[in-house]
Design a binder for this molecule. Sequence first.
Ligand SMILES: [Fe+2]
Length: 370
Amino acid sequence: MKIRLIQFCAGLFLFGWSMTSCNQTLKSDPVSLKDYGAEPTVINIDAYTMSNSNFRTALWTGVNLQSTLMSIPVGGDVGLEKHPTTDQFLRIEEGTAQVVMGDTETSLTFVKTAGKDFAIFVPAGKWHNIINTGNKPLKLYSIYSPAEHPHGTIHKTQEDAEEAEEAANQHFFNKNENFMTRELIQLPYATNALEPAISRQTIEFHHGKHLQGYVNNLKSLVQGTEFANADLETMVRESDGAIFNNAGQILNHNLYFLQFSPTGGGSPSGRLAQAINAAFSSFENFQKEFESAGVGLFGSGWVWLAANSDGKLSITKESNAGNPLTKGLKPILTFDVWEHAYYLDFQNRRADQLKSLWSIVDWKIVESRY
Ligand SMILES: [Fe+2]
């Protein structure tokens, strides 16, 4: 297809048209600012960036990537911040800026001036800020990987963005919840009680070896760090590297093991049932989408049902130790799709394992998290 287009344009050139006039025949649809993710999308990003006058507008939110548009008023800035596990790309479409980055909030040793058509790459873990030093709004767009803000985010002003961030940073869970312990949880059922969905042998390895390993690792990792006395939710929100991986795996497994019961199964009721119907049309459709998200997750990770601050539900896929908390979403239900969760019982048949887990979900417990 690419070759045909070039031939077509070259043909026009022979008849006295220039390549420029060929390019000018490209017309994009009128700008309509909304979140197009995660649908196939082709837009004129320059036109969209220039049309945006909100501090932040989410333009495309997918599973592993997000693009947002930003308009920074004269004298304003993006805000000094760091994304522990997210790389970021930004491109300026109009205006002049000073870009600063550094390893701590007070040592921003990287300083550059940037303007129209400049790209800015921010590595995960770097403190950074972009200050509008020009005399008109600074128009830029940003790409995060993975997504940083909930789907559909609009922050009209920087104050709105700060309020949203503060709300996202508030704890969802009470420190005294049983799944918030950093010690190995006691299972509220016998190791063979979940059979045939999960065998005794899998529970013994998964809980007794794998989870115990994460508990042991975290204990030694946090000694002498700012997370020495932090709760699991704080570590998942604020740490990175090995502490994040082990704290995430403990919280994820605690939520996983404690949502099951030998008398589970059936379907949810009350507010959660209504929210599932609103988001997924029906409980059966939700189950189908949840299973296919789990099957479609490449490698190791977790599939989640999560709620935003308005209670709206969504399914998220998280790689490795990921948890929707890092996107400002409250985790409600999770299925573990690491092979260690099912290989002894189902070998490579991940889809069969996911299907079987519905028979042991204790919806009363899941409803209490919503
Ligand atoms: Fe696991």
